[in-house]
Design a protein around this ligand. Structure first.
Ligand code: PLP
Length: 431
């Protein structure tokens, strides 16, 4: 069978303008930080396959856990039934959280968007169950991305991905995200403006807001945009004074992407809901969790079923996915893994210093944990051609607009990092 022709005939790819985009590359194999196409050409996966992969491709420890579980129990309905991998996964995650963490209850779903829907619906229904029926609004940050289902799109309304659907969204109140970078001189002003916009909203919509949702410290999809922890501490302490829930979408930032296990460990304020997916299974299988507090859970307890959270997905808590997640956590908490995360971060820091050599071509250099990014002062065609040249060299990168970013799996070596930076610098100097 001519696979590439069949792909063209049959398959509609995500986030793709099928008319203009080149045919997709046919991948046949993955190993460590590399992918291999049908001609045997290798690609260093510098986007961790859309931010899901943590330990490299086809990692034998996770593959083995999947094989074992598939032979034991592949799936079972999760309403009225349970299983060991789900229970073990939630206790392992609970052990990783601070013992005083308010996040004590775990609700499963199967992707990032559904984890967000669950948090939005739970927070809204919590207030209803308590008799507060007019808390219809959510707050979010401009540029926040929370997924492609309708609730998730509504709270990501300012994202350019969702333009065609805007008329159908529920109302969301958005605040500017005071993005920052190395040697940003205007950050104080941006933060003050965002805080006063937040104060205005809290005053105007008093008792009408269910929750605020945000990607803590790092907005991924809108171009790897950072904000300062000081800002979030200040903004969230204003929220805390009102009856408003805090939802942290750590679908991207979780699992050491920002240098700590969860990004919120770098903040003073804990969330009431935490959404996890992407790296949860190490990038092997779709799985998601929404964590919340005991008192939220308690507000759904009643004799009537209409107070319950009547929400679920067919593959909720799939046992194979839970086993993959457990195996991934074992790798993630190993000393060698935490060491390479620190190494990646140190290399990123140096690279950002290097980028100062190109003030005409590069702006806003920034890094956090295992993510480094910069913006190119170039038009879309030059950026695309730079991406293609790097791809020819076997470097898989996927800029977001004019933001170039590097987000490798944690098994990448120092040598691979350094030669990646070098290739990128070569392309920058040729721009
Ligand atoms: C990717 C992403 C989502 C959506 O996850 P899907 O699994 O693609 O539905 C939500 N929030 C953030 C921050 C993400 O990066």
């Amino acid at each position: 069978m001519n696979l590439k022709q069949k792909d063209r005939d049959l398959i509609w790819h995500p986030f793709t303008q099928q008319k203009t985009s080149p045919p997709p590359i046919l991948m046949q194999k993955g190993k460590g930080a590399y992918l291999y196409d049908d001609s045997g050409k290798s690609y260093l996966d510098l986007v961790s396959s859309w931010w899901v992969n943590l330990h490299g491709h086809a990692h034998p420890h996770i593959a083995q856990a999947i094989f074992n579980q598939a032979q034991q129990l592949e799936h079972v309905i999760f309403a009225g039934y349970t299983h060991e991998p789900a229970i073990r996964l939630c206790s392992a995650l609970k052990d990783l959280l601070n013992p005083s963490s308010p996040l004590q209850k775990f609700f499963f779903s199967d992707n990032g968007s559904t984890a967000v829907e669950v948090a939005l619906k739970m927070s809204y229904q919590y207030w209803r169950n308590l008799g507060h029926c007019d808390k219809r609004f959510f707050i979010s940050f401009c540029g926040g991305y929370h997924g492609d289902t309708f609730g998730a799109m509504s709270v990501g309304a300012q994202s350019h991905f969702h333009q065609p659907f805007k008329e159908l969204f529920f109302p969301t109140l958005s605040i500017n995200f005071p993005e920052t970078w190395i040697e940003d001189t205007e950050i104080e002003k941006k933060e003050q403006d965002a805080l006063s916009a937040l104060k205005d909203i809290l005053f105007t919509y008093k008792n009408k807001i269910s929750a605020i949702i945000l990607e803590p410290l790092l907005q991924g999809a809108s171009g790897m945009r950072l904000c300062r922890p000081e800002f979030l501490n200040a903004a969230l302490s204003l929220i805390k004074e009102e009856n408003i829930f805090i939802i942290f979408d750590e679908i991207f930032t979780g699992f050491y992407r920002t240098g700590t296990f969860f990004a919120f460990e770098q903040l003073k304020i804990a969330p009431d809901f935490l959404c996890l997916s992407k790296g949860l299974t190490g990038g092997f299988l779709p799985l998601a969790l929404t964590l919340t507090r005991n008192d939220v859970y308690d507000a759904f307890l009643a004799e009537e079923s209409n107070k319950a959270f009547l929400h679920g997905h067919s593959y909720t808590a799939n046992p194979i996915a839970c086993s993959a997640a457990l195996a991934s956590l074992e790798l993630l908490t190993s000393e060698s893994c935490t060491r390479s995360i620190a190494d990646i971060s140190a290399h990123h820091k140096e690279f950002c210093q290097e980028l100062k050599k190109y003030p005409e071509k590069v702006e806003k250099p920034r890094f956090l944990g295992t993510m480094a990014a910069f913006n190119l002062k170039a038009d879309a065609d030059s950026i695309l051609s730079m991406q293609q040249k790097l791809l020819q060299k076997g470097l898989l990168l996927r800029p977001l607009g004019n933001s170039f970013y590097i987000l490798p799996p944690y098994c990448i070596t120092s040598q691979e990092m350094l030669s990646t930076y070098q290739s990128i610098e070569e392309q920058i100097s040729q721009l």
